[in-house]
Design a protein around this ligand. Structure first.
Ligand SMILES: C[S@@+](CC[C@H](N)C(=O)[O-])C[C@H]1O[C@@H](n2cnc3c(N)ncnc32)[C@H](O)[C@@H]1O
Length: 226
């Protein structure tokens, strides 16, 4: 199936509420599990940068898990950020989780110039040019940064995309099912992601793996990056 772009920013308030609710808890849980699996020894003590943080569901989880770290999330959709700020306040985490408006590839106004951990979930497929994400990793990382990116894999056919949706999102609200279908069609294949890593000069330090039937992870430490 050819890639079909979906709209980049997600500023619809209903989308912000849906992504900040509980229907995607499995995806957020998977991200945490992968972080533990790929970085079992890591005890971060600086700051995380979450690219395309949406309503900060993952930023909040990381904040709870690493209370000594700040989590800085950037997103281009003000309503997503507003939803995330409300959630951070509700949990008393507003001093630890800072959400900043920014649209990549524009220069981001982040509190720090460079980060020890860079994370991103379900963001890559929104970008018309995927190199925007991999270049941002170069631009905002410390030399030994840990990186975890998780995103969808584009199925081979539209029928397979429907199958994924009906298998894994059968009970989700209509809005999330609609978005999931668009996102699967906009996503990359694992081969395409590997080519992107090679082009970005990241293939030697970051690994990639299929982590569910419809998601991949790119992970590793940038130590030794050329
Ligand atoms: C599918 S959501 C994922 C949100 C969050 N990472 C999560 O896992 O719930 C993708 C997010 O990327 C944001 N986004 C898309 N293109 C962007 C860009 N060029 N710069 C910044 N944010 C962008 C959208 O506004 C949206 O909030």
């Amino acid at each position: 199936m050819q890639r079909v772009l979906e709209s980049a920013l997600m500023n619809d308030p209903e989308q912000a509420a849906a992504y900040g609710g509980h229907d995607l808890d499995n995806a957020y849980w998977l991200f945490e599990q992968c972080f533990t699996k790929y970085f079992p020894e890591l005890i971060p003590d600086g700051a995380f940068l979450d690219l395309g943080c949406g309503p900060a569901a993952i930023a909040l989880r990381m904040a709870r898990r690493f209370p000594n770290c700040e989590i800085h999330g950037i997103d281009g959709a003000p309503n997503m950020l507003a939803q995330g700020r409300k959630a951070a306040q509700r949990e008393g985490l507003e001093h630890q989780v800072r959400l900043i408006h920014g649209i990549l590839p524009d220069k981001l106004q982040t509190p720090r110039n460079r980060y020890g951990v860079i994370i991103s979930n379900s963001f890559l497929h929104h970008l018309a040019d995927p190199m925007i994400l991999w270049n941002a990793i170069h631009d905002y990382s410390l030399p030994d940064a840990a990186v975890l990116i998780i995103d969808l894999l584009r199925p081979a056919t539209e029928e397979q995309a429907h199958h994924v949706m009906n298998t894994y999102m059968a009970d989700a609200p209509a809005l999330l099912r609609r978005d999931m279908m668009h996102s699967l069609c906009a996503a990359f294949t694992l081969d395409e992601v590997v080519s992107q890593l090679q082009k970005a000069g990241l293939a030697e330090c970051l690994s990639s793996a299929k982590v569910t039937p419809f998601q991949f992870a790119v992970y590793g430490s940038l130590t030794g990056r050329k």
